[in-house]
Design a binder for this molecule. Structure first.
Ligand code: ZN
Ligand code: ZN
Length: 372
């Protein structure tokens, strides 16, 4: 059961959202994105929608979640539909009861199928797309969320220390992925925050590679991109690239030092009011000037929280200013197809006067070589 301050936390979020939907000139908002419902109510299940108006809030769910909803969301009205009624039918009934004239919907995530059913059934109600409003709220974390992300980072780091301790020449990428997840769960994490990327040799040049059968002994390069998730669903996201054997190729050191310095400069640039594009540019220009510009063609980083990719985004197309309370990854990389890639990723909290790097796995050049 949540205590009073936990219950208030969700109420504060819903009240903030009310302020936003007021300015959108809708008299209610249907929150149908699963993580947005969680963020606004504390509910950790699925198949449940939140109908929010100026003076009411209703969770529409089904039989499977009655006890869970009562425990996780005290103070929020519940409507439990029977199996004879679909979620959309139940919503239509409740919208009609409230006499809503203009209903906001999360147009960026609602399927066309659901939209068409609602549009047809709610003939006298205008449906207005109100996009990304909850996600924008979620971008700035409150103290509880920051504490959760700190814990997610701590769990990830403990998992990584375990992974380093069990590295042997014959262990495969898949086995390491399994052992990493096992360790994170053993240390108290809920699960990994995404399918980890564990890449040996030239596979490290594939930014979203899935672990396969390669063994550590197959190449000295090992890239690990992983994260842990707390029981409340908050995530961390880190990457380290290592050498697991002597590797006389001076190119690796050049690439590694370039990525490391690009990351250092970008982190140094993070401060409230600075645009996401500016931070992205700092790292991108450094990599370009080093001659590797064309080999770094993804955004510099992203917000983390209940989802692994949240707002804000570090990219050339995002002018959004950073705000204190945002938690972002900074992950420049250089990927040379057929040779290998280097990415270094840390989780960073934007503070009132700059930033704090939440993760602390060593990454200086001297710590790159790990013994196997
Ligand atoms: Zn990552
Ligand atoms: Zn990431």
């Amino acid at each position: 059961m949540p205590n009073q301050s936990e219950t208030n936390r969700y109420k504060i979020r819903r009240d903030k959202l009310r302020g936003i939907i007021n300015s959108e000139e809708v008299d209610g908002l249907l929150v149908s994105t699963e993580k947005n419902v969680s963020y606004l109510t504390g509910f950790t299940g699925d198949s449940t929608w939140l109908l929010l108006t100026a003076d009411s809030e209703l969770l529409i769910s089904d039989f499977r979640y009655v006890t869970q909803l009562e425990e996780e969301c005290p103070g929020v009205d519940l409507y439990i539909r029977t199996s004879k009624t679909t979620l959309t039918e139940a919503l239509v009934e409740k919208v009609a009861e409230r006499g809503l004239k203009r209903l906001g919907i999360e147009g960026h995530s609602m399927t066309t199928e659901v939209f068409n059913v609602l549009d047809k059934a709610l003939e006298s109600v205008e449906l207005a797309s109100v996009c990304w409003k909850v996600e924008e709220l979620r971008a700035v974390k409150d103290d509880h969320e920051i504490q959760e992300i700190r814990e997610a980072v701590r769990l990830a780091e403990k998992g990584f220390a375990y992974l380093q301790a069990i590295l042997t020449p014959q262990v495969t990428e898949q086995q390491l992925a399994y052992e990493l997840e096992h360790a994170v769960r053993n240390f108290g994490g809920d699960e990994l925050s995404f399918h980890p990327i564990i890449a040996v040799g030239d596979r490290s040049a594939m930014p979203h590679y899935r672990p396969g059968k390669l063994k550590i002994a197959d190449s000295p390069i090992l890239l690990v991109d992983w994260g842990a998730q707390t029981h409340s669903g908050y995530k961390s996201d880190l990457t380290r690239t290592m050498l697991t054997a002597a590797f006389p190729d001076p190119k690796f050191e050049t690439v590694y030092r370039t990525v490391l310095e690009a990351q250092r400069l970008a982190i140094e640039a993070i401060s409230p009011g600075v645009s996401c594009q500016k931070v992205d540019t700092v790292a991108r220009e450094y990599i370009q000037n080093a001659g590797f510009g064309e080999y770094f063609d993804h955004g510099l980083g992203h917000g983390i929280g209940l989802d692994i990719h949240e707002l804000p985004r570090f990219s050339q197309s995002s002018n959004a200013p950073l705000e204190a309370g945002m938690v972002v990854t900074v992950e420049p990389g250089i990927y040379l197809a057929g040779w290998g890639g280097v990415r270094i990723e840390d989780d960073v909290l934007v503070t009132e006067c700059g930033c704090e790097v939440l993760s602390s796995v060593p990454k200086d050049w001297d710590s790159v070589r790990v013994s196997v």
